[in-house]
Ligand binder design. Structure first.
Ligand code: CDP
Length: 205
């Protein structure tokens, strides 16, 4: 059985939590495509050229434990502007989306570019302040020395870069279901996402 769920949205909107919850609920595999860009960004911080880094990406790169920092997030959004970097990552993502047993992919361009024919598309968002607060708690909880102010600035800067780039900008797909998580608890968000997917897995009408 092939079934693809595309989950897109701006920085720290809760895509990861929703993707993990939805994939666990339906027994689907999950790919966090942001990790691909973070891993390329990480390699460029080590001095490699962006396109070469994207072409040379290995599973070990994705398993590094230093990909979640604000510095790597910024590097990721900078390499993500480069068409050659995006092109180098397309086949892997599409192959994952087509795997047997169902797949959930989260990112910025999954419903628009990578999987325009996805069975379900969600666009997850929340106000910049709510997203920054969530990311601040996550980063500071992991021991990062960073202020709320810095995290909000980082989130806004990445959103602007992601939305304004020429290639695969962040934008909701026309047929995406919008989910604003600003005033929802994690449980509420997950229930809404699972219900949206369930509707398509077994339509009641
Ligand atoms: O976790 P967060 O939402 O903050 O970011 P992420 O999903 O890990 O993505 C990091 C960066 O990679 C984003 O700011 C985008 O610039 C880029 N990205 C992208 O361009 N396309 C994707 N499908 C996924 C991520």
């Amino acid at each position: 059985m092939r079934f693809t769920i595309a989950i897109d949205g701006p920085a720290a909107a809760g895509k990861g939590t929703i993707s993990k919850g939805v994939s666990a609920h339906f027994g689907f595999a999950h790919l966090d495509t942001g990790l691909l860009y973070r891993a390329v960004g990480r390699r460029t911080l080590d001095g490699e050229g962006p396109e070469a880094a994207a072409l040379a990406l290995t599973p070990e790169d994705l398993n590094r434990d230093d990909l979640r920092s604000a510095q790597v997030a910024q590097a990721a959004s900078k390499v993500a502007v480069i068409p050659e970097v995006r092109a180098a990552l397309v086949d892997f993502q599409r192959g994952f989306a087509r795997r047997d047993g169902g797949a959930v992919l989260d990112g910025r361009d999954i419903g628009t570019v990578i999987c325009p024919d996805a069975d379900v598309k969600l666009y997850v968002t929340a106000s910049p302040e709510v997203r920054a607060e969530r990311r601040y708690l996550e980063l500071s909880g992991n021991g990062a020395d960073i202020s709320r102010h810095q995290v909000l600035a980082d989130v806004k800067e990445r959103d602007a870069r992601d939305m304004e780039r020429a290639q695969a900008p962040l934008i909701p797909a026309k047929d995406a279901i919008l989910l604003d998580t600003s005033d929802l608890s994690i449980d509420d968000v997950l229930m809404a996402a699972v219900a949206a997917v369930q509707d398509r897995v077994s339509p009641t009408d």
